[in-house]
Design a protein around this ligand. Structure first.
Ligand code: 6GU
Length: 268
C-alpha cells in the first residue's frame, strides 16, 4: 500500500484540525494511506519567551520568522544534524524534501503534486506572509510552492491545499466511482455540466439527451460540453490537454467562443 507521511511545521497547528479530520483526508488517515504530524515551531524556539520572529535588518516593517526555531524543528523532526553547507545536500542522500509554502514559490499544479507523490515523506514549512529569514531558503528548504497569485496571511491554508491535492492521488484513497470520474475527466479539461433529480426543478429542465438512456450519445455530449467549456473559460488548458482528432475537429468548428463567465470577474 502506498502511504505518505507529512510533517507540518507551523506556528498555528490548531488551524488544521477540522480540515484533516473531515471527508477524504480523514478517511485516508484512518485507512493508513496518509499520516500527518503537526509540529509547533514555537516549541523549538530557545529562551523563556520562545520568540519565533523579529524585525527585519534594514528596516521596512513587518516581522520576519527567525531561522533558529525552524532549523531546530527540522533537526528534531528528522533526527538529523544539518551540515554546514545546508540541508539541500541531504536531499540526494534520501532525506525528504523540505517544502516552504510561500507566494514566491513555484505555482502548484496537478503535475507538481504528481511529482511529489514519488516521496514517502514530505516536510511542509508554513511561512507567514511578511516572510522568513532568507537563510531558511538558502540553506534549509529544497522546494518552494505557492498555491496561486493572491496573498494569504500565511502558508497554513496552502499546506492544507497541498496535502489535499496529494492525498487524492495516492492509490486506493479515492473509491472506485470517484477514481473513474477522475480518470475520465482529469485529462486536462474542465468538467461538463452535471444534473441530478428532479428532472424538472422550478420549471427548469435537464438536457433531453441525459434522460435518453443512450450511453454513447450521452458520452459524446459530455465530451463536447467539456471541450466547449474549456475553450470558453480556460483556453490555455487546451495546449496540454489529451485531445483526439474528433475533439480537434469539434473545437475548430466552434471557432472563437467568448467566455460564458461574468466578464467583470474574468477580465481581471
Ligand atoms: Cl503558499 N503563502 C502565502 N502566504 N500566500 C500565498 C501562498 C502561500 N500561495 C498563494 N498565496
Amino acid at each position: 500500500m502506498t502511504s505518505i507521511h507529512f510533517d507540518i511545521l507551523t506556528l498555528f497547528p490548531e488551524m488544521f484540525a477540522g480540515v484533516f479530520e473531515a471527508t477524504i483526508i480523514g478517511r485516508a488517515r484512518e485507512a493508513g494511506n496518509v499520516e500527518i504530524a503537526l509540529h509547533n515551531i514555537r516549541d523549538y524556539a530557545p529562551g523563556k519567551h520562545r520568540v519565533t520572529d523579529d524585525t527585519p535588518y534594514g528596516g521596512g516593517g513587518g516581522m520576519i520568522m527567525k531561522p533558529e526555531p525552524i532549523f531546530n524543528a527540522v533537526e528534531a523532526v528528522l533526527g538529523v544534524e544539518i551540515p554546514g553547507e545546508g540541508y539541500p545536500s541531504l536531499l540526494e542522500q534520501g532525506y525528504p524534501p523540505l517544502i516552504l509554502l510561500t507566494p514566491q514559490g513555484v505555482l502548484l499544479k496537478q503535475a507538481v503534486a504528481r511529482q511529489l507523490l514519488a516521496h514517502e515523506r514530505l516536510v511542509l514549512i508554513c511561512g507567514r506572509y511578511e516572510g522568513v529569514d532568507e537563510r531558511i531558503r538558502q540553506y534549509l528548504v529544497t522546494h518552494e510552492i505557492s498555491i496561486g497569485d493572491y496573498v494569504l496571511s500565511g502558508g497554513e491554508i496552502a499546506a492544507m491545499v497541498l496535502v489535499d491535492v496529494i492525498t487524492r492521488l495516492i492509490p486506493g484513497v479515492l473509491g472506485n466511482a470517484e477514481a473513474t470520474h477522475k480518470d475520465s475527466h482529469s485529462a486536462g479539461l474542465l468538467e461538463y455540466p452535471h444534473y441530478t433529480r428532479p428532472a424538472e426543478f422550478r420549471g427548469h429542465g435537464v438536457p433531453d439527451i441525459l434522460l435518453s438512456g443512450h450511453h454513447a450519445n450521452v458520452q459524446q455530449w459530455q465530451r463536447r460540453q467539456s471541450l466547449r467549456r474549456t475553450l470558453a473559460r480556460r483556453p490555455d488548458l487546451l495546449a496540454n490537454a489529451e485531445l483526439s482528432e474528433a475533439d480537434r475537429v469539434y473545437l475548430a468548428d466552434l471557432g472563437d467562443t467568448p467566455s460564458d463567465l461574468n466578464s467583470d470577474l474574468s477580465d481581471s
